[in-house]
Design a protein around this ligand. Structure first.
Ligand code: ADE
Ligand code: ZN
Length: 359
């Protein structure tokens, strides 16, 4: 049990600062209550008696033990409206955490393999994004993830199914079981996506070795690394990440729940930030890992002793690493600075981009 953050001025700052969420799986935002409501609506039998029994099953030992339950939970999603309702619930929650921009992962193969049409998935999510922008002013975009435990051929077919809706997603990613499924398995499909002008990201170095991060950068040519915490074992990689200002979308509570680190207090995020890496804080699968983005910030700051300077750096990194144009980033940076001034933390404002300049 992580102790609460007792510094109330820091707590208020973390909650109020504008931030971007760059690593959230929309299927990982399905709260048990919504899983049961959708199961009832779609007349699907769940192997759990009730919400509490499902929650009790959320005791994970590693990534695979989580993924098994996560894919089972997603089986209640059948119709476009289900995808809409899931994304609407997440976006309402994100607005409360002062997320000004969300780049949201979705796993179409989890659904198309069950006979759900690709259009139901993408149109439901896309409509929720547009409605949230209209209703709450949050900006959002979708990133289609390929499941790496499946074949590259399957990824190509998935891409082909999604292409009629190409204007509704901004990029592709790579997720699911990491060990044994290195990035280079997807070299051809990522090369094709690059030619199509899609943004490219990949999970690498969550449980897998630093070599997978090199491969994601050099073979897939991704623009951001999702997780990347295993980079700490490779000094040359750490230097490259800092020098090339490559963003890492780190997910502290996820890493704690999946036992990537024995305890949140031993998470390496503060050290990576100190080394000049473009680290961001994200929620991954908040319904399963015990917290949304602000919970990640609050619990991490409670146990690591980080303060306003690190809060500024992390929020600014998230805005800078997003896939939006410079004029919107500029407006959000101004909102960020205003927030720090309003909270009396103007000394923490640092526009240097944070990285020690390395050779
Ligand atoms: N899919 C959903 N969450 C994931 C994670 N943390 N790693 C890999 N694949 C995922
Ligand atoms: Zn993830």
């Amino acid at each position: 049990m992580t102790p609460a953050l007792t510094d109330t001025t820091l707590l208020a700052l973390l909650r109020d600062m504008p931030k971007a969420e760059l690593h959230v799986h929309i299927e990982g935002t399905l709260e048990p209550e919504l899983i049961f409501a959708l199961a009832e609506r779609n007349q699907i039998e769940l192997p759990y008696a009730d919400v509490e029994a499902l929650r009790r099953a959320y005791a994970f030992t590693d990534l695979q033990s989580f993924l098994d339950i996560y894919y089972a939970g997603a089986s209640v999603l059948l119709h476009e409206q289900d995808f809409y309702d899931m994304a609407r619930a997440y976006l309402a929650r994100a607005v409360r955490d002062r997320v000004v921009h969300a780049e949201i992962f979705f796993d179409p193969q989890t659904h198309t393999a069950r006979g759900v049409p690709m259009a139901s998935v993408i149109n439901g999510l896309y409509r929720a994004c547009r409605d949230a922008e209209r209703d709450w002013g949050i900006s959002c975009a979708l990133i289609l993830c390929f499941l790496r435990h499946l074949s590259e051929e399957d990824a190509f077919q998935t891409l082909a199914q999604a292409m009629p809706l190409r204007d509704r997603f901004i990029g592709v990613g790579l997720d699911s079981s990491e060990l044994g499924h290195p990035p280079e398995k997807f070299a051809r499909v990522f090369a094709h996506c690059r030619e199509l002008g899609l943004h490219l990201v990949a999970h690498a170095g969550e449980e897998g070795p630093a070599a997978y991060i090199w491969s994601a950068l050099d073979t897939l040519q991704v623009e951001r690394i999702d997780h990347g915490v295993q980079a700490q074992h490779d000094a040359a990689l750490m230097q490259r990440l800092a020098r090339e200002r490559i963003a890492l979308t780190v997910c502290p509570l996820s890493n704690q729940k999946l036992q990537v680190f024995p305890d949140l207090s031993q998470h390496n995020l503060p050290r990576m930030l100190e080394a000049g890496l473009r680290v961001t804080v994200n929620s991954d699968d908040p319904a399963y890992f015990g917290g949304y983005i602000n919970d990640n910030f609050e619990q991490l700051f409670a146990v690591t002793g980080m303060g306003p300077a690190q809060a500024y750096r992390l929020a600014r990194n998230s805005l800078q690493a997003s896939f939006v144009g410079e004029s919107r980033k500029h407006a959000w940076r101004e909102q960020l600075d205003d927030c720090f001034v309003r909270h009396g933390f103007q000394d923490a404002i640092d526009t240097s981009e944070g990285a020690p300049i390395l050779p």
